[in-house]
Design a protein around this ligand. Sequence first.
Ligand SMILES: C[S@@+](CC[C@H](N)C(=O)[O-])C[C@H]1O[C@@H](n2cnc3c(N)ncnc32)[C@H](O)[C@@H]1O
Length: 275
Amino acid sequence: MIADPLTERIACDDIPDMVRSYDRYIASGLYDRRYPRPNRRTLGILLHHLPSDGRFLDFGAGTGRYAEPLLQLTDASGVAYDICPTAGQIMEERLDGFVKDGRLMIRNGSPALLSEEFHSAFDMVFLAFGVLAHVSGRANRQNMLSVLRQTLQPNGVLIAGLPNRARRFHAERRAARSRVMDGELEEGDVLYQRGRNADTIPMFYHLFTPEEARREFDAAGFHVEHIQAESVLAEEKVVSSPFVSWLDNFVCRSLPAAYGFGFLVVARSRMTEAS
Ligand SMILES: C[S@@+](CC[C@H](N)C(=O)[O-])C[C@H]1O[C@@H](n2cnc3c(N)ncnc32)[C@H](O)[C@@H]1O
């Protein structure tokens, strides 16, 4: 694993190393048991924005629950990147046929190298289900978005699913309050755990408001086209069955982003090629 300046930690020294945490989370099988299929609404939005023979970057792809249906349902090709080596290994097995056909490349390591290899390459870059929120520090998130912007074609689209501060981790936010006041953590940062007993895995999340997401994307050179609710129910429930996924998507059509469990940001670069 190459150390990357884009994912440097901020002042607070107990923010977990997300590479190690996700390696444990994914290797335990818990992640795939919680999220066995894509969120129908998110997949629909990705399919809507991806030209049928286009190119996509699935950034923070996990074990490939979005890359797989995109490749199955379209003629598109893509790159699936994750910072976690175990995720990459699982994707290599799961999506082996697409890799052999030359429709998918799997990458691990530095996002900065990714932007050199794939400059202006993609019609659509997506960070599904909170990838950006695992990055601590506004400046780090902004750098990451700027790097990803360079991988987009001039009219390409970036789509990110973000956790909604109004709906998530209330107790953890209360626990973080004094550290936010001391400037150790940012407003919206939480430290939480996955797994049970001796196997608890430490995690970090930055919970967004829609307004804050708009500001962060704007500062990274994006124009936010729209922000919409991703789901009404918690993601684990939404993806527990195709019927619940269908129902949640139906209800979500009239739900303001501010009430979603998470929300989806759809943005395009404001920069010209020269900038
Ligand atoms: C909540 S999971 C989402 C995985 C997948 N997108 C999905 O929807 O199932 C977050 C993913 O982001 C990855 N991740 C965390 N920090 C990252 C970073 N700095 N760069 C790239 N990926 C990161 C984790 O390894 C993990 O696979």
